[in-house]
Design a protein around this ligand. Structure first.
Ligand SMILES: Cc1cc2nc3c(=O)[nH]c(=O)nc-3n(C[C@H](O)[C@H](O)[C@H](O)COP(=O)(O)OP(=O)(O)OC[C@H]3O[C@@H](n4cnc5c(N)ncnc54)[C@H](O)[C@@H]3O)c2cc1C
Ligand code: FES
Ligand code: FES
Length: 1414
């Protein structure tokens, strides 16, 4: 047991925070038990802190315990979530998602000041919060005492979907708010804070959200900013667009910035004053105050060789390094005077090693550093600006500069700080025993790894002006610039390479040439042990007049010097980045005569390649991209339909505020029942091998372990069943033979999740591959060995038209062109989780985060060999699914049930991110070969495709893939279409449904074919798209009855509307001009249509009216964040209101949707395919029809008697007359429906780095008549951004055995706020009446994801421009316009196509041009 004893007392603090305790005390069953049993007086020196104003005293705890672990396991405060990391345990890769962010407040009794900052609670060690106050989202406000304006704004701006990320987002914003309010700044207008728009956006730049697409979150945050233009804020439930500014402001939930935000309780202040120190012996936590104390402490530990000790500051290093070692003692360096202070003198600035990165940034940015001249200040400012891109605010707030440098020195961490400080000429001060050493940073980095007892005391950044060559007779100038290329500019991404250059240059006034007196050229993080100075380059450049020739030589030298170590991904890309950055730094200095007239202009210093003012100005008219903010204002156009009120109204998502405050209960938030055990999977690392034995490494069971569950534990009469679908089954555990890396082998069960996770790492598996065939790891191999899954004939799509005729009509043919598409991971923020509780009479209740509880129910019954009526699966809400919580959630629930059955105790699991990623399977990778015939005008006459789908080891939903691919692919009229699609069975994890499975690939293939046709004919792609659009008759040919009526074919009108609303043609012209004038940046634009066929599935519903007139609704559909419950609620209110009695206009407030329970509502089916909201709505409408029919005679009678009748009276009377007020239905649709959608986007590509920025996206989406436009808007934006992830960012990589290696937030990059379109306009097109659909609505969950292909197409357009330019420099042959841009189009992929040696090519070309000119 970790926590021997703790107690809490309540003392009222601020009205905001303190008022909320009672609400939580009532929900703390486990907490109270522990407390009552073990409470004792602990005396002074105890670990004492406050959480949401509540006093906590922990008398004994392991020093490696994290704050998150404590919060989630021992307090009622569940709003901090675990989103990344390997469990709540100290062997994690974590810190990268922000779901666990809390506010930490410290009190300085001397200054009587409170300091507040956000931290990631998953990395913060509990002992380090002694004397601190912690505020979580439920501490800001809650349902009992009132939500905080932040919660209300998140809810009103529709900024919470599944809600798993929302509490962390709210606290990140709150942290920024508290910080801003302390600033000495102009008073904001009433209702606003001192926060700026830029700060508001940056506040959440380190937080991940997989549902919303960030735009509404940004709006909710910006709504508090002093400088926000309220008209720029997006669609919300507070005001109507046409209202005045004043009216809008008055409708925002009140935020009163003058009310002091108190985050620190008075009792704790008093306590700190009287007894501030922690008993170091009891907690194994030492906190020396001076270097001397530290020295003697280290000395005493030195004498005791058995004590394993760790120096610690912010402990964020644990986010990166997996540390299995146990430490007996921690030495907290944060209070050591010498390590925690910042000193300035005329020689520079000395930063204590324990100073946080945030504090360092503040110090370096300080304007009134009078010791330093402006050049020096610029160096400091550049360093600070670079540091702002490191990690995220909540990491920088605790991560120290010294910790970072020690990680770089000792473990070769790809540090930014080492690179930039090395270029700035920094030195370090080290203490080893009694030996003090001061050495240059490069010397420090090159030394053997620092031993665990050596301490880095400080780092000194010199005042360069003081050491500059003042004897130089020329007017000299110091230039300093830093660079970093990373997949996400701000959001928590390590760089591919970073660089920093410092140069002292002089201007030869006579010629305008520049002499480089001396320089420091530093590169790091590129797959090198540590940051290096490229000394050969420095020596070569020093003293030279900068010319193109000199730069060319220097760039070549850089390429030769900056060579990543073997095994580093994208090595050539990294070297070329280095060359590009040096070029960017030095090129503007060549031939500066036109820019500098007799001296340096101030602006020139530290500007990069000059911008063309004219173009910039023109662009600003359309783009607004020059703002310092991450996003510009976006527009949402929605048409409200009042025909079926309240259906069609943009009401807030049910429970959004509850999700924001963190009170919404996810499976892992359900308190553990008594005796609960926790499970962790052991998986195979071999793709095909016999499993001879699975056992723990040591003979004794590891700490807390109850045992292993494996195939041997399947009870008699049960089956080894992990998943059941209509298409096939999957085993729960490997049985003797493992068939893919990542396969479930066993389930370790222990007393805590931590112990289970640790123990699963201690399991040894004995594999044997003797005499086994090699595994099938590629689709080619599958073909060779005829390893396929069958696709039932009914699911296999039909060929269209006469392909031979199509070939005969073609003027041109492209033969055997290839496309390769990879996988994508769902990255739901809540990983797979379940809780199984055995009940009386051999029954089992399982709480599961699951998209298809019915299938889990069946599987569990089969696995345990019990009748289905003995199983009950309950799902209330799911923290994001996207298809990943369909089939893949079932084995997780089943394993818990099997373990619960075996041990006769409740068993739960919450998969850590790594295991989740390994087991998830993800999207289907595929290889496509196509032949296409077309006319000279671009009209395609025949398309023939061979598609090889890698389905993995079991069938899952794979037989649906051919149909889905074709559904997306048929968006153009191909004349004739023939195809051969094979589902390859391989030794990979089974691939599964992921949002728009197959459709997204199909739609992308279609665009690739069209672009190929266009480039072959040298025609404009947009014209090629136009010419291949359907007419209604050809649409009918391809889509048959799903085409609907001619009036429903809305695509052509949407296509034209988009051209107008996005100024498409104007923008095309501007982009041409931009590309003509810019050498190193190119832009592309693309307009992409989609046609997406969806299938409505049968769904049950149940509506019951209770005696007080309130209504309870159950539906088959699961609330995954997509707003299903909200739409259902609206529909129930609408359906019942047709009884037309008084009070039905308020029915919305009387309806509650309750969790799915497979014994209460059977045949729930699966929530997938975008249509479950509408089918659930329809089943509810049918129930309401029945109820209204039953109530109508009574209503007539009552109305006849009294003239009018109120809803509650009617129901009361109905109860008295024993009317059946519960109705069930099973809606079974008899049609298919189609969607027509459309979109355009513009993308800018930086040719030096391969970086892409999406400048603007315009979407017009046909939602029929939306059931709830706010919900649909969220689905459109969220899906589109997830699509951006697929097309631009997310690489779900495996090792050669097929084991997933992109297994955490460090390696797998989903979009963050800085990678979404800067301007993001969405119009929900209301296409009126659709006879066959649910109240004329259309689905919105998946199709918009396909539209993100436009970003990829626009990138391709920009890359084509770059290649044309290379061609014009003579570096590329005529085939420049034919190329294949990979999916995802990552920075290395883009750069490679734009020329890894483009800089050298350009310089060579320039040299040639100059010599030709003489
Ligand atoms: C999600 C995330 C993203 C990140 N992104 C980046 C990035 O983009 N660029 C970048 O450069 N860094 C990045 N980092 C690294 C981050 O800057 C470091 O984790 C942080 O600075 C370490 O400081 P700390 O105080 O938390 O160190 P700790 O974790 O407390 O310590 C780290 C190690 O250094 C030792 N140590 C600490 N201080 C001293 C000292 N004074 N003397 C001797 N030994 C000491 C400790 O014993 C430990 O071994 C990221 C980290 C995280 C978690
Ligand atoms: S769980 Fe702490 S940052 Fe992800
Ligand atoms: S709402 Fe952000 S992850 Fe679901």
């Amino acid at each position: 047991m970790l926590f021997e004893c703790y107690q809490w007392k309540v003392e009222r603090v601020s009205p905001v925070i303190a008022a909320n305790f009672d609400a939580f005390l009532s929900v703390t069953p486990t907490h109270n038990t522990v407390m009552e049993e073990k409470q004792r007086e602990t005396g002074t020196g105890s670990l004492v802190f406050a959480i949401n104003g509540l006093r906590f005293e922990v008398s004994s705890v392991s020093p490696s315990t994290t704050l998150l672990e404590f919060l989630r396991a021992q307090t009622p405060f569940k709003s901090p979530k675990l989103g990344c990391g390997e469990g709540i345990i100290a062997l994690s890769f974590a810190g990268g998602c922000g779901a666990c962010v809390v506010l930490l407040s410290k009190y300085d009794p001397v200054l009587d000041q409170v300091e507040d900052f956000t931290v990631s609670s998953c990395l913060t060690l509990l002992c380090s919060v002694n004397g601190c106050s912690i505020t979580t989202s439920e501490g800001l406000g809650n349902s009992k005492d009132g939500f905080h304006p932040i919660h209300q704004r998140f809810s009103g701006f529709h900024a919470s979907q599944c809600g798993f990320c929302t509490p962390g987002m709210c606290v990140s914003l709150f942290g920024a708010l508290v910080k801003a309010e302390k600033k000495d700044q102009r008073e904001p207008s009433p209702g606003f804070s001192k926060l700026t728009v830029v700060e508001a956006e940056k506040a959440i730049s380190g937080n991940l959200c997989r549902c919303t697409g960030y735009r509404p979150i940004a709006d909710a945050c910006k709504s508090l900013a002093a400088d926000v233009d309220i008209e720029d804020l997006g669609f919300n439930s507070f005001w109507r667009k046409e209202e005045t500014r004043e009216a809008k402001m008055s409708r925002l939930p009140v935020y009163d910035h003058s009310l002091e935000i108190s985050t620190f309780p008075e009792f704790l202040k008093r306590e700190i004053k009287s007894s501030p120190l922690l008993d170091s012996e009891r907690y194994s936590w030492c906190k020396p105050a001076t270097a001397e104390e530290l020295q003697s402490l280290l000395k005493s530990i030195d004498a005791d060789s058995k004590t394993r000790m760790k120096l610690v500051v912010g402990n964020t290093g644990m986010g990166y390094y997996k540390e299995l070692e146990h430490y007996d003692k921690y030495i907290d360096l944060r209070c050591v005077l010498e390590l925690s202070s910042i000193r300035r003198d005329e020689e520079g600035i000395e930063i204590g090693a324990a100073v946080t990165i945030s504090k360092t940034i503040e110090a370096l940015k300080e304007e009134n550093n009078s010791e330093f001249n402006s050049e020096c200040k610029i160096v400091f400012k550049r360093i600070a600006l670079h540091m702002e891109k490191i990690a995220s605010e909540f990491i920088r707030n605790t991560g120290s500069v010294g910790g970072n440098l020690v990680m770089a020195q000792r473990k070769h961490f790809p540090s930014d700080i080492a690179t930039i400080l090395l270029a700035a000429g920094a030195s370090v001060h080290i203490l080893t025993g009694t030996l003090h050493e001061k050495l240059a940073l490069d010397e420090f980095l090159e030394r053997p790894p620092l031993d665990s007892k050596s301490v880095l005391l400080n780092v000194k950044i010199p005042n360069y002006a003081a050491v500059k060559n003042i004897s130089s007779e020329m007017d000299s100038k110091l230039l300093f610039e830093t660079y970093r290329a990373s997949p996400r500019p701000l959001g928590n991404a390590l760089p591919y390479l970073n660089a920093a250059f410092l140069a002292e240059v002089s201007c030869l006034k006579s010629s305008g040439s520049v002499v480089l007196n001396k320089c420091r050229v530093v590169f790091g993080a590129y797959g090198t042990k540590h940051a290096i100075r490229a000394k050969e380059v420095e020596n070569f450049l020093s003293g030279k007049i900068l010319t193109i020739g000199v730069l060319y030589e220097a760039v070549k030298m850089v390429k030769a010097n900056v060579v990543p170590e073997d095994g580093t991904p994208s090595p050539a890309y990294r070297s070329s980045l280095a060359a590009g950055y040096l070029f960017d730094f030095l090129f503007p200095l060549i031939d500066t005569s036109s820019k500098i007239h007799g001296g340096w202009s101030d602006e020139y210093c530290n500007t990069s390649l000059s911008e063309d003012a004219e173009i910039k100005q023109k662009y600003s008219q359309l783009d607004h991209v020059q703002l310092p903010t991450l996003l510009t204002s976006s527009e949402q156009v929605l048409e409200l339909n009042h025909d079926h009120h309240p259906v069609g109204q943009p009401i807030k998502k049910i429970g959004a505020a509850l999700q924001a405050s963190g009170e919404a209960v996810f499976v892992d938030d359900i308190p553990s029942p008594a005796n609960c055990l926790h499970g962790s999977f052991v998986h195979s690392i071999k793709p095909f091998a016999r499993v001879k034995d699975i056992k723990f490494k040591s003979k004794l069971l590891p700490d807390g372990v109850s045992g292993l569950v494996s195939v041997r534990d399947i009870p008699k009469g049960g089956e080894n069943r992990g998943c059941t679908t209509m298409l096939g089954t999957e085993s729960l555990f490997a049985d003797g033979l493992t068939q893919h890396a990542g396969e479930r082998l066993a389930f370790v069960v222990a007393d805590t999740q931590k112990h289970a996770d640790i123990a699963s790492n201690l399991v040894e598996v004995d594999y044997d591959i003797e005499n086994l065939e090699p595994p099938i790891l590629t689709v080619e191999e599958a073909i060779k060995r005829s390893s396929f899954f069958e696709v039932p004939l009914s699911l296999y799509p039909k060929q269209v038209g006469d392909i031979s005729k199509g070939w005969a009509e073609a003027d041109h043919k492209i033969l055997s062109a290839k496309i390769k598409l990879g996988s994508q991971y769902h990255f739901y923020m809540e990983t797979q989780t379940a809780l199984a509780i055995p009940d009386e009479d051999n029954t089992m209740v399982v709480y599961s985060s699951n998209q298809c509880p019915e299938y889990a129910h069946v599987t569990i019954a089969k696995c345990l060999g019990i009748p289905e009526h003995n199983v009950r699966v309950i799902t209330r809400r799911v923290g994001g699914g996207f298809g990943g919580k369909a089939m893949k959630a079932i084995p997780v629930a089943t394993a818990c049930a099997l373990a619960a059955h075996k041990f006769r105790r409740p068993v739960r699991t919450y998969l850590n991110r790594k295991i989740d990623m390994i087991m998830a399977g993800g999207r289907h990778p595929m290889e496509i070969t196509y032949n296409v015939g077309f006319k000279s005008n671009g009209k395609v006459t025949a398309l023939q495709l061979d598609i090889l789908i890698n389905a993995g080891i079991s069938v899952d939903i794979s037989p649906l893939m051919p149909r889905n691919i074709l559904s997306g692919l048929k968006k153009y009229d191909w004349g004739a279409l023939s195809f051969d699609i094979k589902l390859c069975k391989t030794n990979h994890s089974s691939k599964t449904a992921m949002r728009a499975p197959g459709e997204v690939q199909g739609s992308y293939i279609a665009e690739t074919v069209i672009e190929h046709v266009a480039s072959t004919l040298s025609m404009d792609v947009d014209s090629a798209r136009n010419i291949n659009f359907y007419r209604y008759d050809s649409l009918k040919l391809f889509y048959d009855f799903a085409a609907g009526d001619p009036a429903e074919y809305t695509l052509p009108s949407i296509w034209n509307k988009l051209a107008a609303s996005s100024s498409f043609n104007q923008r095309v012209e501007l982009i041409k001009e931009f590309n003509r004038c810019k050498v190193w940046k190119k832009r592309g634009i693309s307009r992409v249509p989609i046609v997406h066929q969806v299938f409505v599935k049968p769904t049950p519903g149940k509506v019951s009216i209770l005696s007080d007139g309130s209504v309870v609704v159950e539906v088959g559909g699961i609330e995954l964040g997509q707003g299903l419950w909200t739409k259902v609620k609206q529909m129930a209110a609408f359906g019942l209101s047709s009884i037309k009695c008084d009070g039905v206009e308020n029915l919305l407030g009387k309806v509650r949707i309750i969790q799915a329970d497979t014994l209460s509502l059977t045949q729930g089916g699966i929530t997938a395919g975008s249509t479950t909201s509408e089918s659930s709505c329809e089943s509810v409408r049918l129930c309401c029809e029945v109820l209204v029919e039953r109530l109508a005679p009574l209503k007539e009678t009552l109305q006849g008697q009294t003239g009018s009748v109120r809803w509650d009276e009617l129901i009361c009377k109905a109860y008295m007359e024993s009317l059946n007020l519960s109705a069930t239905s099973h809606y079974s649709p008899d049609f298919n429906s189609m969607h027509y959608l459309n979109y355009g986007a513009a993308v800018e590509v930086n040719l030096l780095t391969g970086e892409t920025a999406i400048l603007r996206s315009d979407i017009i989406y046909d939602c029929g008549q939306s059931l709830n436009p706010a919900v649909d808007l969220g689905q459109i934006e969220g899906a589109f951004v997830q699509g951006i992830g697929f097309f631009m960012l997310e690489e779900y990589t495996t090792n050669p055995d097929g084991l997933v290696v992109a297994d955490g937030t460090w390696t797998y990059k989903i979009p963050t706020i800085d990678t979404i379109p800067k301007q993001f306009n969405v119009e929900i097109h209301s296409s009126g009446h659709h006879r066959q659909r649910v109240l004329s609505s259309k689905a919105s969950g998946e199709p918009p994801l396909l539209l993100a292909a436009s970003v990829h197409c626009a990138t391709r357009a920009a890359v084509r421009e770059a290649r044309q330019q290379l061609h014009s420099w003579g570096c590329m042959d005529e085939s420049y316009s034919t190329f294949n841009l990979e999916v995802p189009a990552t920075m290395p992929a883009v750069k490679e196509l734009c020329g890894l040696d483009s800089v050298e090519s350009y310089l060579q070309w320039e040299m040639g041009r100059k010599s030709r000119l003489g």
